[in-house]
Design a protein around this ligand. Structure first.
Ligand code: SF4
Ligand code: SF4
Ligand code: SF4
Length: 305
């Protein structure tokens, strides 16, 4: 089998992206994430399998999805459509049949070769802007062989390659892929093992050791720090960002990403039962003060995204 025949699951390919690394980029979103951040606005990235997204505003209540679904995920009750995703196998039959386009499949299986052809189509744009390819998710390192093949081939074609990662993946797999990645956009979400476990579902020990590994391998790093009201806006965390940044030799910048709640409707559309807590996004003044404090403590460029 040719290496580029390897398949993976992705949920989006975004062209002309300007916030996922230098220049104009194509960002490939891998499906599947090992974390469950309480503020996540990308629940469609959680599971590696294809899922169904239901948009109630488009539904004509024709009932065809309820008739065809082998897992009884859809039902029409008292003039309302009900979608429960627990037993969905991702077969896609309901989305194909829906006459109103109220149902769509999130996630598709693609070969590395197919992803690369789509990415390489914009090569001229990368040359003129200093951009390239960004692997994102979800978590690209949850599909390590697929990510490695794409990164390797992209480098062989002369592209700049970035990876956005939460860092929770095997250190050996990071070792394998790092020669083909120019810049890591690396998440630093919470300070302290227990707090990290509480709000993301995993400890941060492996994440921090992988961060040190990438830095000691000489890789350029941008730290990406989500700022979540009442979760990580305390002094301890601000000092945690500063201390972590100051331990890195190859840190280029720090990006602060203020919480937003734009993705909340996706939870309902995916038929997920548990909804995330709704928080008030931090205001510009607060974000600017965090940025000034971190810039003063690190002497690095800090950007509010
Ligand atoms: S790492 Fe990102 S995609 Fe995964 S749960 Fe957290 S916020 Fe969502
Ligand atoms: S994709 Fe899921 S909801 Fe749709 S028909 Fe298949 S099992 Fe049912
Ligand atoms: S097939 Fe589409 S339009 Fe018909 S009930 Fe199902 S979601 Fe609604």
């Amino acid at each position: 089998m040719e290496q580029t025949a390897i398949k993976g699951t992705i949920f989006d390919i975004q062209h002309f992206s300007v916030s996922d690394g230098p220049g104009i980029r194509t960002t490939v979103f891998f499906k599947g994430c090992p974390l469950r951040c309480k503020w996540c606005h990308n629940p469609e990235s959680y599971v590696p399998q294809t899922q169904i997204m239901y948009v109630s505003g488009k539904c004509s209540l024709c009932g065809k999805c309820a008739e065809i679904c082998p897992s009884s995920c859809h039902s029409i009750q008292a003039g309302n459509h009900r979608y429960q995703s627990e037993h969905c196998t991702g077969c896609g039959r309901c989305a194909k049949l829906c006459p109103a386009e109220a149902l769509t499949c999130v996630g598709q299986s693609m070969s590395a070769g197919e992803v690369l052809s789509e990415v390489l189509a914009d090569s001229l744009l990368y040359e003129t802007s200093g951009g390239g390819l960004t692997l994102s998710g979800g978590e690209p390192m949850l599909q390590p062989a697929f990510a490695l093949t794409i990164a390797k081939e992209a480098k062989a074609n002369g592209l700049n390659v970035c990876m956005e990662t939460c860092g929770f993946a095997s250190s050996e797999k990071f070792q394998e892929i790092l020669p083909y990645i120019d810049l890591f956009l690396y998440d630093y979400k919470l300070t302290g093992i227990e707090k990290h476990q509480k709000y993301t579902g995993v400890s941060n020990e492996l994440i921090l050791s992988n961060l040190a590994l990438l830095d000691s391998a000489g890789k350029d790093i941008i730290l990406r720090c989500p700022i979540i009201p009442d979760v990580n806006t305390d002094d301890d965390h601000m000092e945690g960002i500063i201390q972590t940044a100051n331990q890195l030799t190859h840190l280029r910048e720090i990006h602060l990403e203020p919480y937003h709640n734009a993705g909340v409707s996706k939870w309902q559309n995916l038929g997920l039962q548990e909804l995330p807590a709704l928080l008030t996004p931090p205001d510009t003044k607060t974000m600017d003060s965090f940025a000034r404090r971190i810039a003063a403590g690190t002497q690095k460029e800090v950007h509010v995204m």
